[in-house]
Design a protein. Structure first.
Length: 563
């Protein structure tokens, strides 16, 4: 929706709230902020006023009916708001109005004319555009006639409208009504309800926009956070499936795992679930993703809900991952907190806020199953779904670990997130021959052909390796059973090679004997051929001589006859 098509709005400067309302509070109109004590009404109003004076060139008047101005300034100083400086620059005017019911009773009839005069003087003195009235219940004590009270209250709201003041009025929540008098909510153009509740000893703050005249608005409850960074609202309904996708691959830090994917790693921006039983190596695998990101010069945040930063660093050193070096370099940041320390909404707000501040390329949440004790299954799934959508929207690769309580053929996660993930790695401990051995299954990798083989997950001081599958007669073997079978195979191979060598030698001996026999026969043949050649030569010589003798005798006879 285009905010320009509706009423004019004034930015509050409250992170998330201006996005949620498409521009802030209605300009020149009164807005009511109501709720129980301690829910953050005054802080909301102060933040609205300070940002207006400091960032949007809209000076403001703060009228307090309860706390002294010096106390309010001290309360918000811890949030980085220097009200005294803004007062000195005539950007903010603080007015403390005290009403004593006994004095009012002595005077008789009472109206708000004096308040109007003080407000008008303060507004004109600094050219104010914004006004805060905190809290309005203090005015009610001065009125004994409810009809007069309602008329004066309506006159106050109309007067602020006529002056064009963008106004925030705080009020205490009543019994069964948004406010104690139940009237302010009807004459205000915008009504915001702040709630501070405690469930299962966990504090939760939530906001709901009850009414907003002239513009569309969400009616859901939204978590908000009050801490050292001020007042911030998480507009969870704005998260959706409009994230961009990437064809780039990122390394997991485990070359054997990357080799199981045809592209050599998961896509950047993927959400990867690592589930398994206790001790199967989930945290180690997820830490490898963060370490690999730091090696590439990228930033990574590791949200730990079970272990401290120092414990994680010490444990990862045993497999050759020096996370401390990258933490000192500002590439890896650890945030550790028990899931029960905050509500689900507060965890969500903190996660998203820290990601925005640090702007990492890889995020690890270890383990998400720890949240199951902080709320029911649907609330946990909703919270984690918002985290997944938020990280995808920023193109951040995320690794979520999940503890499975059994491995008897059940691979579903308690949080029901497997269908939301782009990749799913299942890690199990298998008992065989009196020992446990770790196994890794790559169950899912969207958009990528991947290996369906079971790999043995081995951790050592040199890192993590995934051994190729070894199939025995009873299936895939791991641990000592694998080593025994490999040794047995090696022995059989040696015996086979020895038998081949013996056969080769026997054949070679027979071959040499046969060749010797062949050589002897060849020699005999050569002798026979030589003897035959000699006989043939003798026969030829005999014939030559016989022919010569015959010729000689013939000549001799012719001579005798002539005589």
């Amino acid at each position: 929706m285009d905010a320009s098509l509706g009423i004019a709005k004034s930015l509050t400067g409250i992170e998330g709230f201006d996005d949620l309302t498409l521009g802030g509070l209605p300009s020149g109109r009164p807005s009511l902020v109501c709720g129980s004590a301690g829910c953050g009404k005054t802080l909301f109003a102060t933040t609205f006023l300070v940002h207006g004076a400091r960032d949007y060139d809209e000076p403001g008047v703060f009228v307090t009916f309860e706390e002294r101005p010096v106390d309010i300034a001290a309360n918000v100083a811890s949030l980085g708001f220097d009200i005294d400086d803004l007062i000195a620059k005539e950007k903010i005017s603080m007015e403390h109005v005290e009403l004593d019911p006994q004095e009012v009773a002595e005077v008789g009839d009472f109206d708000l004319e004096g308040l109007f005069l003080r407000l008008e003087l303060a507004i004109d003195a600094i050219g104010a555009k914004r006004v805060v009235l905190d809290t309005i219940e203090s005015l009610f004590s001065a009125f004994t006639n409810q009809a007069v009270l309602r008329a004066e209250l309506r006159r106050l709201f109309d007067w602020l409208k006529d002056k064009g003041m963008t106004t925030v009025i705080t009020a205490e929540r009543g019994d069964g009504t948004l406010t104690r008098q139940g009237l302010e909510e009807y004459v205000s153009d915008c009504v915001i309800l702040l709630d501070h509740r405690v469930q299962n000893q966990i504090s939760t703050r939530r906001m709901r926009i009850v009414k907003y005249r002239g513009t569309a608005h969400g009616t859901n409850e939204y978590p908000f956070l009050i801490d050292r960074d001020g007042f911030s609202v998480l507009p969870v309904s704005s998260l959706g499936l409009d994230h961009k996708v990437s064809d780039e691959r990122i390394a997991s830090g485990i070359s054997d795992l990357d080799a199981m994917l045809s592209g050599g790693g998961f896509y950047r921006g993927s959400s990867i679930l690592v589930s398994g039983v206790a001790g199967s190596g989930k945290s180690t695998l997820s830490a490898s993703f963060a370490h690999a990101a730091a090696e590439r010069g990228e930033r990574a945040i590791y949200f730990s809900f079970e272990e401290s930063e120092g414990q994680i660093m010490r444990n990862m050193r045993s497999i050759g991952l020096d996370l401390a070096r990258y933490a000192d370099a500002g590439l890896i940041r650890f945030i550790s907190a028990r899931p029960t320390f905050y509500s689900l909404e507060m965890h969500l707000a903190i996660i998203l806020r820290e990601v925005i501040k640090f702007d990492p390329q890889v995020v690890v949440l270890d383990p998400i199953s720890a949240f199951m004790e902080s709320g029911d299954r649907l609330e946990v799934q909703s919270m984690l779904l918002r985290v997944v959508d938020f990280l995808k929207g920023r193109g951040i690769s995320a690794v979520f670990t999940h503890l499975n309580h059994n491995q008897d053929g059940v691979v579903a996660t308690d949080a029901g997130l497997s269908s939301l993930m782009d990749g799913w790695i299942l890690m199990l401990n298998r008992e065989a021959n009196g020992e446990f051995n770790r196994e890794l299954y790559l169950l899912k990798a969207r958009g990528t052909a991947h290996s369906n083989q079971v790999r043995e997950f081995v951790m050592s001081s040199e890192g993590i390796s995934l051994l190729p599958p070894y199939l025995g007669e009873t299936g895939a073997l791991t641990g000592s059973a694998r080593r025994f079978e490999e040794a047995k195979t090696r022995r059989l191979e040696i015996e086979r090679l020895n038998e081949v060598d013996r056969a080769r030698k026997q054949i070679e001996a027979r071959r040499r004997h046969a060749m010797a026999q062949i050589d002897a026969l060849k020699a005999q043949i050569d002798d026979d051929e030589a003897e035959l050649a000699g006989v043939a030569a003798s026969e030829a010589d005999y014939r030559r001589r016989a022919a010569a003798d015959a010729l000689e005798m013939q000549k001799s006879r012719r001579t005798s006859d002539g005589e």
